[in-house]
Design a protein around this ligand. Structure first.
Ligand SMILES: Cc1ncc(COP(=O)(O)O)c(C=O)c1O
Length: 383
């Protein structure tokens, strides 16, 4: 195979391709984390994340993957005996429910068919039955199905209740609109290896004053490495990280944020929307069906159903042979769908390249459609 693994272009929904400037920044001399130099970098990086999340709330930058962020968000606010409402419309929203269960709390799970969003009326309905819910969890951009749920409306539906809203924004932030403060989200979690354009290893947890009120409670659960109050205290002490941070990743984070602001956050989001539209249009033109319900499509990951009779592993193998990595389905969707991530650096070139490779692979595995129809449709959107 000509394209060795290190030449394979990542079109999966994270990790993503990384800007050369970010690689360069990560290789800078490692300063001590208690130096004025590093404290300034940590402050600037945190302020950058706040801009991306539309918040003035503090952000804890922890060393770990996105799941650590979800774990920390919940471990810090859960109390014994809490009623926790978890909306599950895919594999990642299920993860927050799993974390709650790991604390010995049986979550109230509201299952929503894969491909569909969480809707505010479903939240209102659930609250009528469970008015004492303390925490509600949702996944803003469900990566396993390519569905974006209306977080603002979900948050509005929670008004009048005492419930905190914990949102997994691991594949929305920095690729789509997030206005944590305007929307009234209490806990918003994201991670480095998706739209933030870094290697894996950093989790970001932003927390509202209402969430903070629940922390350090005698009825809460023990935390230490994942203690949000420790991070907040460090920030107040002069941008002191409680534990040694992955210094190179934080350098990279600041550079990635610089690149984002040079493009302009609004332009960046519009680019992600446009690339999403191009992929959707291409797949539909090729006669494929999209998994995500119309009007609730993710703008950072597109999911399409594999045509009847197409062998999923064979299809993925041909795509990989052409030097591109895309993702398959998870759980019961394994072998039934494919997923394309379009985050961070994905622009028109990557869309046209990926669509033509997918066309080639589908032809090779025997799917009949008009060759070139996907590329033409994508190109029309990009014109
Ligand atoms: C929406 C969402 N939540 C959670 C995760 C888990 O993140 P990690 O693998 O970084 O722990 C992912 C990873 O793909 C994700 O897309």
């Amino acid at each position: 195979m000509f394209y060795s693994e290190d030449l394979t272009y990542l079109m999966i929904p994270g990790p993503v391709e990384i800007h050369p400037r970010v690689y360069q920044a990560m290789n800078e001399h490692v300063f001590g984390h208690r130096t004025a130099h590093f404290r300034t970098i940590l402050q600037q990086a945190t302020e950058g994340i706040q801009k991306v999340l539309g918040t003035v709330n503090p952000v804890a930058i922890m060393a770990g993957s996105g799941t650590l962020g979800l774990h920390a968000a919940l471990s810090n606010v859960l109390r014994k005996g809490d009623e926790v409402l978890c909306f599950v419309n895919g594999k990642f929203s299920e993860r927050q429910a799993d974390i709650v269960s790991a604390f010995g709390i049986e979550p109230i799970i509201k299952e929503i068919p894969y491909g569909e969003p969480v809707l505010p009326e479903q939240v209102k309905e659930a609250l009528e039955t469970h008015p004492d819910v303390a925490i509600t969890t949702v996944c803003h951009n469900e990566t396993s199905t390519g569905v974006l749920s209306p977080l603002k409306e979900i948050s509005e539906a929670l008004k009048g209740s005492n419930s905190l809203l914990s949102a997994d924004g691991i594949t929305s932030a920095a690729g789509d609109y997030v206005l944590m403060d305007d929307w009234g989200v209490d806990l918003f979690v994201s991670g480095s290896q998706k739209c933030f354009g870094l290697p894996p290893g950093l989790a970001f947890i932003s927390h509202s004053p209402k969430a903070d009120e629940r922390m350090n409670d005698p009825n809460g659960f023990p935390t230490y490495y994942d203690s949000i109050p420790l991070y907040s205290a460090g920030i107040k002490k002069g941008w002191d990280a409680p534990f040694t941070p992955p210094i190179g990743l934080v350098y990279g984070l600041l550079e990635s944020l610089n690149i984002m602001f040079e493009e302009g956050l609004e332009n960046r989001i519009k680019r992600h929307h446009k690339m999403g539209e191009a992929f959707r249009s291409a797949f539909l033109a090729m006669g494929l069906s999209l998994l995500a319900k119309e009007n609730y499509h993710s703008n950072t990951v597109t999911t399409a159903l594999l045509p009847e009779g197409v062998n999923s592993s064979e299809f993925s193998r041909v795509v990989r042979e052409m030097g591109i990595l895309i993702a398959g389905g998870q759980g019961h969707l394994k072998g039934k769908i494919f997923r394309v991530g379009h985050m961070n650096l994905v622009g028109p070139r990557e869309v046209l390249m990926t669509v033509s490779v997918i066309e080639h692979a589908l032809r090779k595995v025997g799917y009949e459609f008009t060759p070139g129809s996907g590329v033409t449709a994508a190109s029309d959107v990009l014109m």
